[in-house]
Design a binder for this molecule. Structure first.
Ligand SMILES: Cc1ncc(COP(=O)(O)O)c(C=O)c1O
Length: 416
């Protein structure tokens, strides 16, 4: 099994050297956005110095911009396992998803049904609920509250012959559950429905293969996997060609251009390629024999998964020993194939905000609230009392950082 070179990985991220109140900063805020390797910063700076221009011009900077955009599509295609023209870039996942929902709304029959879930970020709920304006009927799949997994029996009931689209997350950004998206695709395709997968939270943790999944659409956000603030959408070529996005007339009607409304974030796209190349180099260090960038990316995730799993195992075991702690999500190590290292907790007598502030003073960055997973915090009954504290690990975090967090929370809980 490829082994992660954590020391090399950490050395790539200049932000990790920061200190807060004399403590080395601990970045457990990755689910809200990860730090970037130096090469991403260099690529963005280099774009602005050498290539800054709009596209399709007759001169050098414009031609370099065209090449940089082409390269970003190729890099993203390697990450997702698709062709470069099936990758659409945009400002973020939410904006791309609203654009897609508008286009799907234009072909939806009035009695069409759409299925969303209680586990999802609202960016994979609100754009589909908006289709009610087009006469769509929305169904919401429930969760198993005891471990925050998707209720697959309920999903089976909600999908009917009238279902046109099923929108599901690959992994929950709040409690870390990985959904059986392959099974969701199977159930949806059996009735002729399309499937949209929100892979924003999964992408930093696990390899994605849109062809193997056979999903119709999949979205992710490079700023959650070590790149700049951009969004990306995969769509099957047949859908990207058939659907009609709103677009300006002079823009090309080819895919993916017809979906890439207006001028893109060119420096961001230069950074996306650099972020994917960083991951590929991480994979090459773990498995030097790999040949293609896609193979190197798969090797990177093969190294990332067990490393993150070991961190999560220690984190969760330590958390469960803290008096007065409520834990939301999959907690038994045997189930850890079904989670990423993102955990949500509460500690009695403290609001999640107070916990986050306590940790922040010690240089430990965590999130509190609902992180837009509103259906979930409402279902768990925590929305009106500050949501949950979210501790989100990625591969640049360490066992020592986990121990620091556990020591701090133990201190707080035992000295209340
Ligand atoms: C699971 C999930 N989906 C969607 C989004 C929205 O992504 P973006 O900020 O790119 O619109 C987020 C952001 O936190 C997320 O975690």
């Amino acid at each position: 099994m490829p082994t992660l070179d954590v020391a090399w990985a950490r050395a790539q991220f200049p932000a990790l050297a920061q200190e807060v109140n004399g403590h080395p900063a601990v970045f457990f805020d990755g689910p809200g956005g990860t730090q970037v390797p130096q090469r991403v910063i260099d690529a963005m700076r280099d774009y602005l110095v050498r290539s800054n221009a709009n596209t399709h011009g007759a001169f050098a900077t414009s031609q370099r911009s065209d090449e940089i955009i082409t390269a970003a599509h190729a890099a993203m295609a390697d990450l997702l396992g698709c062709d470069a023209d099936e990758v659409v870039f945009g400002p973020n996942m939410t904006t791309l998803t609203f654009a897609l929902s508008c286009a799907i709304g234009r072909e939806l029959r009035p009695d069409g049904e759409v299925v969303v879930t209680r586990l999802d970020h609202d960016a994979n709920v609100a754009p589909w609920v908006a289709l009610e304006e087009r006469g769509a009927v929305i169904h919401t799949v429930d969760i198993n509250v005891e471990d925050c997994t998707l209720d697959m029996a309920d999903l089976g009931r909600q999908i009917t012959e009238r279902t046109r689209l099923v929108a599901v997350g690959y992994a929950s950004n709040a409690v870390g559950t990985i959904n059986d998206v392959a099974e969701v695709v199977r159930l949806a395709h059996a009735v002729g429905a399309m499937v949209f997968i929100d892979a924003v939270h999964y992408a930093p943790h696990g390899a994605i293969d849109v062809r193997a999944l056979d999903c119709d659409f999949l979205a992710c956000s490079p700023y959650k996997f070590f790149g700049p603030h951009t969004g990306a959408l995969y769509g099957k070529r047949e859908h990207l060609t058939r659907l009609r996005p709103y677009k300006v007339r002079p823009a090309s009607d080819q895919i993916p251009d017809r979906w890439e409304t207006g001028t893109q974030n060119h420096e961001g796209l230069a950074g996306v390629t650099a972020a994917i190349d960083y991951l590929a180099d991480l994979g090459r260090r773990a498995a030097p024999a790999v040949s293609t960038r896609r193979a190197a990316l798969l090797a990177a995730y093969e190294a990332i998964r067990p490393y993150e799993r070991a961190l999560a195992t220690r984190l969760i075991a330590g958390l469960l020993e803290i008096p007065g702690l409520a834990f939301y999500g999959v907690r038994a190590p045997l189930g850890f194939d079904r989670r990423v290292p993102t955990v949500a907790i509460r500690i009695s007598g403290k609001t999640p905000r107070e916990l986050a502030e306590f940790l922040a003073a010690r240089g430990i960055f965590t999130w509190d609230g609902n992180y837009y997973a509103l259906n979930l915090t409402e279902r768990l009954g925590v929305e009106s009392s500050g949501g949950m504290l979210r501790i989100g690990l990625v591969h640049y975090n360490t066992a020592e950082e986990v121990e620091r967090l556990l020591a701090a929370l133990n201190d707080l809980a035992r000295n209340r």
